[in-house]
Design a protein around this ligand. Structure first.
Ligand code: G6P
Length: 466
C-alpha cells in the first residue's frame, strides 16, 4: 500500500492533549496524517554548526515525524531570508517589505536540495509525496533531479498574489517553472488559482488544457482550489474539555456586565493588528456610552523575531495598545488587554466561547483557521459574532460573518457596534450557517480532496527524463 509522505518546513506532531498553540498549518497537517500510514518530514527548528543530514525520528499519537537540523547560514538565508523576508511579504502584498538578495535565493535552493537528499532514502516507489507552503516550492524539482517519479503534490497555504505583484520578484519565472515539477498544485481559494493561471498564461506563454490543467515549460500540471478546514471533531472535543470550561468561566467572570471582544493572531504585519487596534480606538471614541461595556482582548504571540519587520511592528503595537488604555481607562477599569503569551488551543477554545465578538481582520491571509475555530467554539444557544476580513481566504466560504475591509478602522469600528447590538435571533441564524460549513468542509474533507486528486493525477513523467 502506498504511504503518504508530508513535507513542511515546520513539523509539529501532536503532543496528545490540546497543548498545541497558534499555527494553523501544523495543526491541520497533524490531523491530516493521523489516519494515514505515513511520515511527516521537515526541519527540527534547531541549528548545528555544519549540516549533517542526520534524521531524528519519533512516533507520537500515531504520527511518525522525521526531522533534520539546519545550519546557521540556512536559518539566515533560507528561513529568515528567502522564505520570510522575500516570499512571505511578497505573497501578502507587502512589496515594500520584500528583500531581494541573491544569497537568500541561493540559501533557499540549497536547503531545498538538502531536504530532497535527506528525504530520498525514506521514499518508497509508490509513496505519495505532499509538500507544503512557500518554503519548499523547489522541492519537487530537486526530487526529480534525484530520479524520483512518485506523484508529488504541493499545497500553498498563503495567498498567490496578483500578476503585477508577483512579477516584482526577481527571477519569478524560475520559481513558477519549479512548480511544474509537481503533478498537482493546490491553492486555498479559486481566486489564488486564477491569479496563478493568469501568470502562467500571460507571462510564461502557457496553455490552459482544461479548467484544472495547464501546460507550460514543456510540462503539464494539474491545479485546483482546496480550502483548508478545521479538525472539527477534535475541536468540538476540546471545547468541552475541563481546561476550556475553566478558561471560559474565568473569562466570563472577568467580564461581568461587559462583552468580550477577542482577537488571536501570530504577531505578524499581515494580520492587520494596527488597523484593528485603531478600529477599537475609534469605536471607543465614537461610542462613549458603550466604553464601560466592553473589553477587548488581543492575544498575539511573538513570531519570527529575527526579522526586523516583526520587531518593528511589535514596537508599534506596544505603543498603540498603551495609548488606547491611557486614553480611556479609569481607576477601576481598562478597555484593552494585549497579551503576547502563547496559549494552548483548549484554553483558546474556552476564550472564544466566552466572547461576544471575534475579530479576524488580516490585511491578507491564505485562509485563517482562527475564524473557523471561533465559530466552532460558540454556544449554539447564544453564539458570538464573527467580524472577518474580506481579504482572508476564509471570507470566500464564511459569507454570514460581518465582512469588513481590514484597512479601514472606521469599518472595523462600525462592525464592532453592529456585532454588539445584534439580536440573538440574528446571531443564531448567522452562526448556524457558518457552523454547518465549518463542520462540512473540515480538515478531513480537505485532505481527502487533495490526496484523491493527487492519487489520480496522471502526468507522464517520461518527458522529465529527457
Ligand atoms: C503561516 C505559514 C506556515 C507557518 C506558520 C507559522 O501559517 O503559512 O507555513 O508554519 O505561519 O510560522 P513559522 O515561521 O513560525 O513556521
Amino acid at each position: 500500500m502506498s504511504r503518504l509522505i508530508v513535507v513542511s518546513n515546520r513539523v509539529s506532531p501532536p503532543t496528545g492533549a490540546g497543548e498545541e498553540t497558534v499555527g494553523g498549518l501544523a495543526m491541520a497537517l497533524a490531523a491530516a496524517l493521523r489516519q494515514y500510514t505515513g511520515l511527516w518530514f521537515g526541519w527540527s527548528g534547531k541549528t548545528v554548526p555544519a549540516f549533517t543530514g542526520a534524521l531524528d525520528t519519533q512516533t507520537i499519537d500515531g504520527v511518525t515525524a522525521a526531522v533534520v537540523d539546519l545550519e546557521e547560514a540556512d536559518l539566515d538565508e533560507y528561513y529568515n531570508g528567502y522564505a520570510n523576508k522575500t516570499l512571505w511579504p511578497l505573497f501578502h502584498y507587502r512589496t515594500d517589505l520584500a528583500a531581494y538578495d541573491r544569497a537568500y535565493g541561493a540559501g533557499y535552493e540549497r536547503v531545498n536540495r538538502r531536504f530532497a537528499e535527506t528525504l530520498a532514502p525514506l521514499i518508497g516507489p509508490d509513496d505519495l509525496i505532499w509538500v507544503h507552503d512557500y518554503h519548499l516550492i523547489p522541492l519537487a524539482r530537486e526530487l526529480r533531479k534525484l530520479g524520483f517519479r512518485n506523484r508529488i503534490g504541493f499545497f500553498l497555504h498563503v495567498p498567490w498574489p496578483a500578476h503585477q505583484v508577483f512579477t516584482t520578484l526577481p527571477n519569478h519565472g524560475a520559481l513558477v517553472s519549479a512548480m511544474f515539477d509537481y503533478d498537482l498544485v493546490g491553492f486555498q481559494t479559486l481566486e489564488y488559482q486564477l491569479a496563478f493561471e493568469e501568470y502562467v498564461l500571460s507571462e510564461a506563454r502557457g496553455v490552459q488544457l482544461t479548467a484544472n490543467s495547464l501546460q507550460a515549460f514543456g510540462r503539464t500540471l494539474k491545479i485546483g482550489a482546496f480550502p483548508i478546514g478545521l479538525d472539527a471533531v477534535d475541536f468540538a472535543r476540546m471545547v468541552k474539555s475541563p481546561r476550556a470550561r475553566r478558561m471560559c468561566d474565568q473569562m466570563t467572570a472577568a467580564t461581568v456586565f461587559r462583552s468580550l471582544i477577542v482577537g488571536v493572531d501570530r504577531l505578524d504585519y499581515s494580520k492587520g493588528l494596527e488597523e484593528r487596534f485603531e478600529g477599537f480606538d475609534r469605536f471607543l471614541a465614537d461610542n462613549p456610552d458603550m466604553r464601560r461595556e466592553v473589553l477587548m482582548l488581543q492575544i498575539a504571540p511573538v513570531s519570527r523575531e529575527s526579522v526586523e519587520a516583526y520587531r518593528e511592528i511589535r514596537g508599534r503595537l506596544d505603543a498603540l495598545s498603551g495609548r488606547i488604555n491611557a486614553e480611556y481607562a479609569d481607576v477601576d477599569w481598562n478597555p484593552f488587554r494585549y497579551v503576547n503569551k502563547n496559549y494552548r488551543r483548549d484554553e483558546l477554545a474556552g476564550i472564544y466561547r466566552a466572547a461576544r465578538v471575534g475579530v479576524v481582520t488580516p490585511l491578507r491571509d491564505g485562509m485563517n483557521l482562527v475564524a473557523k475555530e471561533f465559530v466552532a467554539a460558540q454556544d449554539p444557544a447564544d453564539p458570538g459574532v464573527l467580524i472577518l476580513s474580506r481579504f482572508a481566504g476564509a471570507a470566500r466560504q464564511m459569507h454570514q460573518a460581518l465582512l469588513v475591509n481590514p484597512n479601514s478602522p472606521e469599518e472595523i469600528a462600525d462592525a464592532l457596534k453592529r456585532a454588539l447590538a445584534m439580536s440573538k435571533l440574528e446571531r443564531i441564524r448567522r452562526w448556524g450557517q457558518l457552523f454547518e460549513n465549518v463542520q462540512l468542509d473540515d480538515v478531513t474533507a480537505w485532505r481527502d480532496a487533495f490526496v484523491g486528486a493527487l492519487a489520480c493525477a496522471n502526468v507522464s513523467r517520461a518527458a522529465l527524463a529527457s
